[in-house]
Design a protein. Structure first.
Length: 173
């Protein structure tokens, strides 16, 4: 089971790295097109239009942020304000963590259907330059939301059952 999870995590990291690499390539193309485009066009007759690059970069950035937050970052990688939490006894920490995870999963699950409705509303709109449907662009947020609901629901269960907590989170916390 841990091998499967490790392979999924590695695949998610590779997807994030691919998006970052694509952003770098498009950004370099944008710089070349912006500063050397006129010279290249006059010498070679090649038009290096760069208006589409901004749209690609912004879309990739949105996807990268939500993808990495949902699938690549561990709980320790996120910013936490846990001074009060760490002052509590270990058993109380587990209970507070389970209740917090349950509350987060509940609120995110509650917001899922309205969010999905809003994302699907965007199927009538397209991006300005590339004419990509905006529901495709913003669909990553629905994926992000579903992943966080699953993550925090699992966390609530794992922190409620001491044997699961010891197996999966003892080394992390």
């Amino acid at each position: 089971m841990t091998n499967i999870l490790r392979n999924i995590k590695t695949t998610a990291d590779l997807v994030a790295a691919s998006m970052l690499a694509a952003m770098s390539i498009v950004f370099i193309y944008q710089i070349i097109g912006r500063y050397f485009g006129n010279a290249i066009e006059s010498l070679m007759g090649i038009d290096l239009a760069t208006s589409w690059t901004l749209e690609i970069l912004l879309t990739l950035w949105v996807w990268l942020v939500f993808w990495a937050s949902a699938f690549c970052l561990s709980e320790r990688d996120h910013i936490r304000f846990d001074t009060l939490h760490l002052a509590l006894p270990r058993k109380v920490q587990r209970i507070v963590a389970a209740l917090s995870a349950l509350a987060i999963a509940g609120f995110l699950a509650y917001s899922f259907l309205p969010t999905l409705d809003y994302i699907t509303f965007y199927k009538i709109k397209k991006s300005a330059i590339l004419r990509i449907r905006l529901d495709y662009v913003f669909s990553i947020y629905g994926i992000f939301l579903a992943a966080l609901v699953a993550r925090y629901a699992w966390r609530a269960v794992a922190f409620s059952v001491p044997s699961l907590h010891n197996k999966f989170y003892q080394k992390v916390d």
